[in-house]
Design a protein around this ligand. Structure first.
Ligand SMILES: [Fe+2]
Length: 219
């Protein structure tokens, strides 16, 4: 069947003002340019305070992947564990709030450095979630289309991912991103990247020690 594209879809297009059409859309075509690492987001003494609290916390739960197609969650073998809600653990509240305040500056900096006149409005970011990878634990390849961020009241899309490294006294557990690049993050550093499907990532199995990290998503 033939259809007149202009006629059928014209209602999808909004009339642009002259100003909109003259915005400079210069940008890098290299996806690697959209990974931004911030070092020293957490100081060594803060890490030394936080890590024992994570080690002794009783609020670790097996990680689950949410599937929007089936509206269900599932875990796999050798799944990592998460502290989904640090507010459950009194000991973690203060330091977690500090981390979240630092994240705000990283997001502001990331968005500013993009210099995209069409993108400066993000609504917020999620409470940090801690991740623990014990021996053989891993994160399967995925992208961060985190549908479960939106519960009906919160509206938006995942825009940016923030991943923070908390230690390095383990083996394995490499963070691998697109084009099989291993991303090295020092303890206390974070990486910020777009949460879209163009930025797949995984964590290889830990083979010695325990790997700790945290994550937050901007919407
Ligand atoms: Fe992820």
């Amino acid at each position: 069947m033939n259809s007149d594209f202009t006629e059928d879809f014209s209602s999808f297009f909004q009339v642009k003002t002259v100003d909109d059409c003259t915005i400079d859309t210069t940008m890098s075509n290299n996806l690697r340019d959209y990974l931004h690492i911030f070092d020293n987001v957490l100081k060594s003494e803060e890490l030394e305070h936080l890590l024992p609290l994570l080690e002794k916390s009783e609020y670790w739960k097996i990680h689950e992947y949410y599937d929007v197609m089936t509206d269900s969650s599932e875990s796999f073998d050798n799944e990592l564990s998460c502290i989904y809600d640090y507010l459950e653990d009194y000991n973690l509240v203060e330091i977690s709030k500090v981390i979240e305040s630092r994240i705000w500056f990283a997001i502001k900096s990331y968005v500013h450095n993009l210099k995209f006149p069409w993108f400066n409005n993000w609504a917020g970011y999620s409470q940090i979630r801690y991740n623990r990878y014990e021996i053989q634990n891993r994160m399967r390849v995925h992208c961060d289309h985190i549908h479960s961020l939106f519960d009906g009241e919160r509206k938006g899309i995942p825009v940016l991912t923030i991943l923070g490294a908390l230690n390095n006294n383990y083996e394995g557990g490499e963070l691998v991103m697109m084009n099989n690049e291993v991303i090295e993050l020092k303890p206390g550093s974070i990486i910020v990247f777009p949460s879209v499907f163009l930025f797949p990532h995984l964590v290889k199995p830990v083979i010695k020690g325990t790997r700790y990290s945290f994550v937050s998503w901007v919407w």
